[in-house]
Design a protein around this ligand. Structure first.
Ligand code: AMP
Ligand code: ZN
Length: 469
């Protein structure tokens, strides 16, 4: 049974999807005005691991990661560079897609963009206006926080405390300082859309309510984001969505702790950040992921050289075993059968992940496994290929497919015996062609395999192969 800490109830709760085996999961993705930093990457990687683990458990996950592509920050950047905000958004959307691929984050099923959902956003604001949760002042539409019972439930904040704590804003138009923008009246030089309230653009919070409603309906399973989004973004999403539909919005709220630097949140505005792309120039996706899985997703994590060094050390143990497996599988055609209780390790791995995705414990299980396998290998040099294949399978199922901290597909054949046997057959035919001096055919086989990502390496004794893509 999987338990998830739910920010809404402040408890670990058993995960029961609305419509099993289907799971609908929405993550608040980036505002595309710059390259993302490794603080963002922490949240992107941890939600990827949660998604992969749900899939490992047999759930059919639909994962949406939205892109905020119209926003003050985008407009500001576009103005400073004197180009269209849409070009800024497009440029950083492409960069985002590239960088998450390099981090080996599985592509989302949907990347809803705010600018592609203006009609839905307007419709939801109209509903809120009809239901008297929204008011229009001269083309600016605000959400009336006081009208929504239960405002503050997610963040645990009390509306009166919030009010007295809130600084009186310059915008005196609002009924209450906590009221937030649903529709912003267009200012000179800003992108705008026509609406019942005149030319303008959506506020940030309504985008996620409208997009999740369009793709997932009024109530869905999981909503996630960094913990900076609990208040006000997610609090406001609940207020908007529940007021519009009259239904419960989201069953499980998951929030990721900050990646800090010198115990301060890594953020673009503070300037204390490293972009994911600059870190990726020096470190592999696996090492970055290892860095993050060694801490629980919900807590803060301080980025330091020591942390990176310990991640690299851990990774080395894994890659050493991977190399051993590869070498042995290349060399051995037979050998002795070794009995290993793989189910024991699988169960331990699942037990830790079922406890609110406890990745540090899950990695500890994998390291215990690595240690025992190394011991078996050193004590049983005669161990046959079946043993190595089973070890590889366990690591692929857990360390690769769920955590993404190792990748066998770069150098190994994964698709089973038949694929390997077919390649061996082609290698034999190539050798015969060479013996018959039919070099054209021999080359055709080598080049053809190469195009399929199989590289042949000839030595005096024999020809070996490796998978290169
Ligand atoms: P942004 O582009 O700032 O809107 O952020 C994109 C996602 O990254 C959101 O889910 C944020 O909550 C998350 N995020 C931003 N900064 C950090 C950080 N330092 N550590 C972890 N997650 C973060
Ligand atoms: Zn959002």
């Amino acid at each position: 049974m999987l338990y998830i800490y739910n920010t809404l109830t402040k408890k670990k709760e058993e995960f029961i999807p609305l419509n099993p085996p289907y799971v609908k999961m929405y993550f608040c993705g980036p505002t595309v005005y710059d390259y993302f930093h490794i603080g963002n990457a922490r949240s992107f990687i941890m939600i990827d691991i949660i998604r992969r683990y749900l899939e490992f458990q047999g759930y059919k996950v639909t994962f949406a990661m939205n892109l905020t592509d119209v926003d003050d920050k985008i407009i500001k950047k576009a103005n400073s560079e004197n180009i269209d905000p849409a070009i800024i958004a497009e440029k950083y959307t492409v960069a985002f897609m590239n960088d998450i691929r390099k981090l080996k984050i599985k592509p989302a099923d949907l990347y809803p963009k705010a600018t592609a959902h203006i009609a839905e956003i307007i419709q939801m604001i109209k509903t809120l206006e009809d239901k008297k949760f929204a008011y229009n002042i001269d083309g600016n539409v605000f959400y009336d926080v006081k009208k929504f019972n239960g405002y503050g439930r997610l963040s645990g904040k009390n509306i009166d405390d919030l009010e007295s704590g809130a600084r009186v804003e310059i915008n005196e138009e609002k009924r209450n300082p906590l009221d937030f923008s649903l529709w912003k009246k267009a200012k000179e030089g800003e992108p705008y859309w026509e609406s019942p309230w005149g030319k303008g653009r959506p506020g940030w919070h309504i985008e996620c309510s409208a997009m999740s409603n369009k793709h997932f309906g009024e109530t869905f399973d999981i909503h996630a984001g960094g913990s900076d989004l609990i208040f006000p973004h997610h609090e406001n999403e609940i207020a908007q969505s529940e007021a519009a539909s009259g239904k419960h919005f989201v069953n499980y709220w998951i929030h990721f702790g900050f990646l800090n630097i010198n115990n301060e949140k890594m953020s673009k505005s503070l300037g204390n950040f490293f972009t994911a792309r600059e870190i990726l120039k020096k470190f592999s996706a696996e090492s970055i992921r290892m860095l993050f899985v060694q801490s629980h997703y919900a807590g803060p994590l301080n980025f330091s050289d020591e942390l990176l060094t310990s991640a690299l050390k851990g990774l080395e143990k894994l890659t050493n075993l991977k190399d051993l497996i590869r070498e042995n599988l290349k060399q051995k055609e037979s050998g002795s059968i070794i009995e290993v209780d793989f189910t024991k390790y699988k169960k331990r791995f699942e037990d830790t992940m079922n406890d609110d995705f406890n990745t540090p414990q899950a990695v500890a299980v994998i390291f215990d496994f690595v240690k025992e396998m190394n011991k078996i290998i050193s004590e049983n040099p005669e161990a046959g290929p079946e043993f190595y294949k089973n070890v590889r399978k366990f690591l692929i199922d857990t360390a690769q497919n769920v955590l993404g901290i190792i990748d066998f597909s770069e150098t190994d054949i994964l698709d089973g015996k038949l694929e390997e046997e077919l390649i061996e057959l082609l290698i034999k035919l190539r050798q015969e062609a060479k013996r018959d001096k039919n070099y054209a055919l021999a080359d055709k086989i080598r080049i053809g395999l190469n195009e399929l990502g199989i590289e042949l390496k000839d030595s005096k004794e024999k020809t070996t192969f490796k998978k290169v893509k």
